[in-house]
Design a protein around this ligand. Structure first.
Ligand SMILES: [Zn+2]
Length: 174
């Protein structure tokens, strides 16, 4: 399948979605004043894991739930412009970002594309909860988030559905 046909299932589902759509009244600022940073892993449904619905939260996702400069850029907007007062960073067990060996990934990219991604920072995870703590620390230390913004680091177990808190802090805390 090529072109739009490669997405036919998604577009058919969207037609169904739109036919019963009743969320047009939602405002942009997240109702529950929370932003969730989590992994792109297909097993993670951040809204259902944390009891959230459309309109409740900002959800920022990337490989490994890493707090990169781009994630911080979005959080700065969430907190300063869109009424977010609490940030949850949620890593998870069995994460691909932790299992992938850097050299393997580089070789696969080079083989598939003919281009060596030597200059790409993949932000791979060496060890948990160290990586989670480092990402929470990166949020806490961000100079463009107001002091007092609440931050939590969660590790989600993909086999049990349990999200366990590993650290809580506030932006600007010593
Ligand atoms: Zn992951």
């Amino acid at each position: 399948m090529r072109g739009v046909d490669a997405f036919a299932d998604l577009l058919a589902a969207n037609a169904e979605h739109a036919s019963g759509f009743a969320l047009g009244h939602l405002a942009a600022p997240p109702r529950r004043h929370v932003a969730v940073v989590t992994c792109m892993d297909a097993r993670i449904d951040p809204l259902s894991i944390l009891g959230l619905e459309a309109g409740d939260a900002h959800v920022l996702r990337n490989a490994g739930a890493r707090v990169t400069d781009d994630v911080l850029r979005s959080l700065v907007k969430s907190v300063n412009q869109l009424e977010v007062t609490r940030i949850a960073v949620m890593h998870h067990t069995d994460c691909g970002a932790a299992k992938i060996v850097r050299a393997d990934l580089r070789a696969k990219v080079a083989e598939a594309t003919g281009n060596d991604p030597a200059d790409v920072e993949f932000h791979l995870i060496e060890e948990e909860p160290d990586a989670l703590l480092a990402d929470v620390a990166a949020v806490q230390a961000c100079p463009y988030l107001p002091a007092g913004t609440e931050v939590i680091g969660l590790l989600y177990d993909v086999t049990t559905g349990v999200a366990t808190p590993h650290v809580t802090t506030t932006v600007g805390a010593a």
